[in-house]
Design a protein around this ligand. Structure first.
Ligand code: KG4
Ligand code: ZN
Length: 361
């Protein structure tokens, strides 16, 4: 095996059909087909629509990735796929496609964890992750602080949201302000015109007696909705930019404070931020300021690698091959609630192909 494995990764846990191709820690292709516009009128992702869109986009997206990378499918050293967590039906499309390609091409298959992939993607931009690295993962489905060692085997949860995910809060506040879906990018844009100190919105779970590494955004979301409602009832104009900026300030303040604290408490001097909300400009700015002050090295992938994509799955798959991890077997299944500690799903029935041959006898 070459020491720079060539791996194709498939991601279908939510509304993005992502196919990435990676050689070692070098990104060769990152093809994404998103069904986000099909969900916009529902104000959130509709699982059945996402699954169907994955099915339609899968083969062309794989072909596009292979063309962009300029590699032949037969040259691949492995196929990686998000096995969970995520939407069950959506995951199933990716897992089935990955199995079909692995079977047809006679390649090892690696079912990997979506969250570990969000961390590992940073290797494509900043080189191999130091061990340990603290990871703040903030997306539409997750907000977690994770301590990672060897990313193929060792991801430990320190804390998570007890209610809404950070991205979910952005999406709900955008809806209250009539800004459309998904909310993050538009709130980010509006906030640039506003004053983050204009309104003192609450910082959840931030008193001394609260759990240090857990998050809560539901109270903040409600506070924003009440504030906006009161203005409207009084017949006053809602200062949308100030609301967006003040809400964003509350979210980023809590996220960065807890992340830096987790690093200090655990003696970790590298922090990575991943997931869709890591695309937020204020979060990136505040995290940089606070990390600089605390002597922590901050690693944040570029926005396109923070949101769901196939490159992150390929990045973790490539690491699995490089570190000689056991491939998944033929009976790999999608697990919508795959625990974060399960970085990958090694086969219990030995090698994928050996088991497939056995099953087909
Ligand atoms: O990681 P991701 O693409 O999908 C999930 O796994 O959820 O994250 C999507 C989330 C959405 O809630 C979206 O509003 C949020 O990331 N998001 C942002 C920004 N860009 C995307 N939130 C804040 N600021 C942004 N610039
Ligand atoms: Zn994600």
């Amino acid at each position: 095996m070459a020491d720079e494995p060539l791996v194709l990764g498939i991601e279908t846990s939510c509304d993005e059909t992502g196919v990435g191709i990676v050689r070692g820690t070098t990104l060769l292709a990152d093809a994404v087909a998103s069904s986000v516009n099909d969900h916009a009128r529902f104000g959130g992702v509709v699982p059945e629509i996402a699954s169907r869109a994955h099915l339609e986009a899968m083969v062309p997206t794989i072909q596009r990735a292979l063309d962009t990378a300029g590699v032949k499918a037969s040259d691949l050293d492995g196929i990686a796929v998000t096995a969970g967590p995520g939407l069950a039906g959506a995951l199933l499309v990716g897992v089935s496609a990955a199995k079909a390609y692995a079977w047809a091409l006679d390649k090892p298959l690696y079912g990997v964890n979506h969250l570990a992939s969000h961390i590992c993607v940073d290797q494509l931009e900043h080189g191999r992750l130091p061990e340990p690295t603290m990871a703040l993962l903030v997306s539409g489905g997750h907000s977690s602080l994770l301590l990672s060692g060897d990313i193929t085997t060792d991801v430990r949860p320190l804390g998570a949201t007890i209610d809404d995910a950070a991205g979910e809060a952005f999406d709900k506040v955008a809806r209250v302000l009539g800004l459309g879906f998904p909310g993050g990018p538009v709130v980010d844009r509006m906030a640039r015109e506003g004053d983050g100190k204009a309104i003192a919105f609450p910082r959840g779970l931030s008193s001394a007696s609260d759990p240090a590494y857990d998050f809560s955004f539901s109270g903040l979301k409600t506070a924003v909705a009440r504030w906006v409602e009161a203005k409207r009832r009084a017949g006053e104009t809602v200062p949308v930019a100030d609301v967006a900026a003040s809400f964003q300030e509350a979210v980023t303040d809590v996220l960065t404070r807890k992340a830096v604290r987790a690093c200090k408490d655990n003696g970790v001097d590298h922090l990575m931020i991943g997931g869709g909300v890591a695309a937020n400009s204020r979060l990136r700015e505040m995290a940089q300021q606070r990390c600089d002050k605390a002597g922590i090295v901050l690693r944040v992938p570029r926005p396109g690698l923070c949101t769901d994509n196939g490159a992150m799955v390929a990045a973790l798959g490539s690491e699995m091959v490089w570190r000689n991890r056991t491939p998944s077997s033929f009976d790999l299944s999608a697990d919508s609630s795959l625990p974060v500690t399960e970085t990958h799903v090694p086969g219990e029935h030995g090698d994928f192909h050996a088991h497939a041959h056995e099953a087909l006898k």
